[in-house]
Design a protein around this ligand. Sequence first.
Ligand code: PMP
Length: 377
Amino acid sequence: PPPPFFLMIRPPPRSTLLYSWAASDVYKRQALPLGVLNRSRAEMTDWLGLGVSVMEVSHRSREFVAVAKHAEATLRRLLAISDDYAVLFLQGGASAQFSAVPLNLTAAGQVIDQVVTGQWSKKAHAEGERYSPVNLVASSADQQFTTVPEASEWQRDPSAAYLHYCPNETIGGLAFSYVPESEVPLVADMSSTILSQPIDVDQFGVIYAGAQKNIGPAGLTVVIVRRDLLGRARSETPSTMNWQNAADNDSMHNTPPTFAIYLAALVFDWLEELGGLTVIEEINRRKAGKLYDLIDASDFFSNPVEVKSRSLINVPFTLAEAALDDVFLQEADAAQLLNLKGHRSVGGMRASLYNAVDEASVDALCDFLRHFEQRHG
Ligand code: PMP
C-alpha cells in the first residue's frame, strides 16, 4: 500500500521552499505560493504513483480521504481549533454562506444582528434579509466605509440569533482592530483575513471564508462552526448547505472540490513549514507597514481609512490625480506589478498583500510607487 498521505505531502525542504517562494515573480503571486504550484505541477499527471492526477481519483478513495483528513488536521493545528468545532469544506463561495448562515442558525422570523462596514458585509446583510428580519446594528456607509462604528453606539437586539460582521473588508481595506464582544454567537466572514494572523477561534460561533485568498484556489469554502450550533437548520435548508449534514458526512455529502482541497492541504503545509500564523503575521505586518509608511509620507498617494482600522491585507490607495490612473496601471503592468486596480465599486488602486505575496514583491511595489511619484508627482 502507498505510505500514509502525510508522508507524501510533506513540502520540500525549507531552503528549497523559501528559495522558490522568494523567487516568485514580483507581485504576480496572489493566492498560491510558487512552491505549492510547482509541487502540484510535478504531481499533476502522476499522483502518489497512481499514474493519474488527484482530480481523477474518487473522492471516496483511500488516497483522497487521506488528503481531506490531512487538510483538516493541518488547518486545525494552524488555527488551534478545538474539538468543540466542526471544520467543513464546502462549495458556493463565501456568498453561499451569506444564505447558509441564517438558514442554519435561525428559526423563521427570528431576528439577526448585522454590522455593515463595507461592500461584503452589505451583501451579507442584503442576503440575510431574504431569510430573516435583520437588525442593522451599525453602519459606516455614511463615512464611505472608512471607519468602524464605535461599539458603544451599536444598537443590538437582545433576542438576535447571532451577530454577523466582516473583520476585514476586502474592497475598502477596513479591518476591525478587535473582536466584538457578544452574548449571542459571533459569526465572522473571514474570507480575506483567515490565516493571515493568529485568532482565538473560541471567540466565534461561526467563521467562514472563501478559499481563494489565503487558502487555495476558488471553489472551496471553509466553515468552522461550534458544534452546539449544528442541528438548528430550517427544514427547507438545501441539504448541500446544511452544516450538520456536512459535519455528519466529513464534508462528503456530495462530491467535494477535490483539487481545491488537495491544493489547500499543500498551502496549509507550506504555512506550517514557514512557522505558522505568528510568523506569517510578522511578515504581513512588515509588508503592510512598508506600504502604509510610504503612502503616509507621500503627498501623491493617499489611503482614506482611519488609521486604527486599516487592513493588514488589503491596502487601497488613490493617486493625487485620478487622470493618472490608467498610466499608473499600464506602467505597473509593464513592471509585472499586477492586480493593482481597485474594485470597480470604489475605483482607485488596491494592493492585496495575501500570504503568498512575498516581502520582496512589496519592496518592488514600494520602489515602483516612489519612482512613479518622482516622475508624475
Ligand atoms: N466576503 C469577503 C470578505 C470577500 O472578500 C469575498 C470575495 N472577494 C466574498 C465575501 C465573496 O466570496 P465568493 O466570491 O467566494 O462568494
